[in-house]
Design a binder for this molecule. Structure first.
Ligand SMILES: [Zn+2]
Length: 283
């Protein structure tokens, strides 16, 4: 111990126990700053990252980007409105890689900040209408991780809901959840499917973000009873921006969408097939 004290003395190491945290006197820029970590084994050129983010985020009064180690960037906006808008519009991806975007807690330095959690909007399909409740949405979301929000904009029109839409926080270092079995009765289990909006490239072998099959160093999904891998492009859900929910029911419009986009995977099959063929215009 004495030897250690002598060594640290020679390095002029001193304890800084008398520092006082004072948020009010801290540089105000941190309140306008977001942190972004690109979840990828590749290291993109910061100039390219800046150019892409500038174009995607289009801040009203500009932004400054600074690159740090480990694919981490700090982005300082000129206006709080831009910062909050970017934060509220998560998740983000860049060059097909997920980007964890978060605030900068004033009591943590960059190395202490946790980038392992990120939020996604998920779709939960396979439930009958009488189970599609807000409470059940929270129960399902909590089995994945922390529930951030439940979208029930179509409340009152439950019969036409195709999926529950839940914003959940996930641990990006763990394989993606693909769904759950619901025991309908003692002899029958029903698969409840989970899909993710704005899901970027991920590994179809281990189910993790940040790499694809070719760069995978994790054990692959262990199939049981000849089950194929649960990971694939089908885990991607259409964003409501491009595939709106059936808030106002229009079967003809829905059919057009079904023929032109991948939204067909979310349609209740019987609805699409019940429509007479003549009502389906060529598009
Ligand atoms: Zn993998």
């Amino acid at each position: 111990m004495e030897d250690l004290i002598n060594k640290t003395s020679s390095l002029h190491c001193v304890d800084l126990d008398d520092l006082i945290a004072d948020d009010t006197s801290a540089p105000k820029e941190y309140e306008l700053t977001l942190l972004a970590k690109i979840i990828s084994s590749k290291q993109p050129n910061p100039k390219v990252v800046h150019s892409i983010l500038q174009k995607a985020w289009n801040p009203s009064k500009g932004m400054k980007l600074q690159s740090h180690q480990n694919n981490i960037y700090s982005i300082t906006f000129s206006h709080e409105w831009d910062r909050n808008r970017i934060l509220a519009s998560r998740p983000w991806s860049i060059m097909s890689s997920h980007v964890v975007v978060r605030d900068w807690p004033p009591h943590l330095n960059l190395e202490e900040i946790d980038f392992s959690k990120s939020s996604f909007w998920i779709h939960v399909t396979g439930l009958p209408p009488n189970l599609m409740t807000k409470q059940n949405a929270k129960r399902i979301g909590s089995k994945i991780d922390k529930v951030m929000e439940v979208d029930f904009t179509a409340e009152g029109n439950l019969a036409w809901l195709r999926f529950l839409r839940i914003q959940v926080q996930i641990n990006i270092n763990k394989p993606l959840h693909t769904g759950f079995y619901r025991n309908k009765d003692p002899n029958q289990a029903v698969w409840i499917r989970v899909q993710y909006e704005r899901l970027p490239d991920f590994c179809f072998s281990c189910g993790r973000l940040g790499h694809t099959n070719r760069g995978c160093s994790h054990p692959p999904f262990e199939s049981q009873e000849n089950m194929s891998s649960p990971y694939g492009p089908w885990l991607r859900a259409e964003s409501p921006d491009t595939c709106p929910r059936i808030a106002s029911w229009n079967p003809l419009a829905l059919t057009i969408r079904a023929k032109t986009t991948s939204c067909i995977s979310y349609l209740p099959e019987q609805i699409a097939f019940d429509l007479p063929e003549s009502s389906m215009p060529d598009v």
